[in-house]
Design a protein around this ligand. Structure first.
Ligand SMILES: Cc1cc2nc3c(=O)[nH]c(=O)nc-3n(C[C@H](O)[C@H](O)[C@H](O)COP(=O)(O)OP(=O)(O)OC[C@H]3O[C@@H](n4cnc5c(N)ncnc54)[C@H](O)[C@@H]3O)c2cc1C
Length: 321
């Protein structure tokens, strides 16, 4: 076992964590406390950066995302974990034994690792609608559990998409009774959805949306392609969540089909099909909220520590004959 050292700027670690959001830092915390040498490389673009606050994380409800992660970095560094700002541009198996990897940071520094945690998160592929990206995380929202309380009882719009259909419109009625579903490019809804929308009192607007109306830095309406404006102060939408899985695909990790497209196939600890490689948080599943990402990182950290320890003991026992 290697005693972790702080800021060693070295070239060899027991574990390299790719991505220092909640999931990656949580794995690093467990591993640092288990006296493992750990490098966290983080490009500094957490998914919830546009949001003012993290909601729904017991004891951290309402904390700004940047403050939460700064606190996480401070905690892991106290256990000797090295955290660097940068982007992992390549991960490859170097063939010098089981679980040996070469990790390239910013196409320059190359470090070695025996285990890899991919905690790179996902990209929300926003619809190409004027004004949408500027309002994302402010009054254009994806998750009622993250934001519903804060915008309760306002005039909600919901943009239908192939990923969420009518489901999101039904869910948000828990937070406002004034809900309009914009079918946009969705041509037809199943009969059961239509019955439920009717029962929930959701208005359904056919036709494509052309953009958003913003006044005084606030959403005030949804503009249809035909020019009609429907007053709304909040718009829920379900962009396509695409995992940042380049390191995993480069290593040949198996994927599984989900309604959102392929995601890495992982066991309950985040272990992928590539020996020595774990995937956690939104890199492994689009539904992971901050608290789930933290939990996934914890499970992976503990599993990796056990894997390293038992592997070392097996090799020692074998050497003893
Ligand atoms: C607008 C918005 C608001 C949200 N609000 C909430 C909320 O209130 N409550 C809640 O529970 N959840 C919320 N979420 C969900 C939350 O963002 C995710 O649950 C959480 O970010 C997942 O953590 P993660 O560590 O898996 O990924 P992330 O937080 O996205 O972190 C991944 C990190 O990896 C880095 N990275 C990526 N590729 C590389 C690379 N190649 N090399 C190095 N680093 C890399 C990224 O830059 C990033 O820093 C919200 C999401 C959005 C979009």
């Amino acid at each position: 076992m290697t005693q972790a050292t702080s800021g060693n700027g070295g070239s060899s670690y027991e574990v390299v964590v790719v991505g220092g959001g909640t999931a990656g830092l949580s794995a690093a915390l467990v591993l640092g406390r288990a006296r493992r040498s750990v490098l966290v490389v983080d490009a500094g673009e957490p998914r919830n950066a546009p949001a003012a606050h993290i909601q729904g994380y017991l004891s951290r409800d309402g904390m700004p995302p940047a403050e939460f992660l700064a606190e996480g970095r401070r905690e892991v560094k106290a256990y000797g974990v090295e955290v660097v700002q940068g982007r992992v541009t390549a991960v490859r198996q170097d063939g010098h034994g089981e679980g040996e990897f070469e990790v390239t940071v910013d196409e320059g520094r190359v470090v070695r690792a025996r285990r890899i945690v991919v905690a790179t998160g996902l990209v929300d592929e926003l619809p190409d609608l004027p004004g949408f990206a500027e309002r994302w995380g402010r009054d254009v929202l994806h998750c009622p559990y993250c934001h519903g309380w804060e915008v309760r009882d306002q005039a909600f719009g919901v943009l239908a998409s192939p990923f969420v259909g009518a489901h999101q419109a039904l869910m948000v009625t828990q937070w406002s009774k004034d809900v309009t579903l914009f079918l946009h490019t969705v041509r037809e809804l199943p009969e059961q959805d239509l019955r439920r929308l009717d029962a929930a009192g959701v208005s359904v607007v056919e036709g494509e949306v052309g953009g958003l109306v913003v006044e005084d830095d606030r959403l005030t309406g949804v503009r249809m392609a035909d020019g009609r404006v429907i007053p709304r102060t909040v718009l829920f939408a379900g962009p396509r969540p695409v995992p940042r899985d380049t390191p995993l695909t480069a290593l040949g990790a198996e994927t599984q089909d989900t309604p959102f497209g392929p995601y890495p196939a992982v066991d309950p600890t985040g272990r992928t099909s590539v020996p020595g490689v774990w995937a956690v948080g939104n890199a492994a599943g689009p539904m992971e909220q901050v608290i789930n990402a933290a939990s996934a990182g914890y499970r992976a950290g503990a599993a990796i520590n056990g894997d390293l320890l038992l592997g070392a003991l097996d090799r020692a026992a074998e050497a003893q004959g």
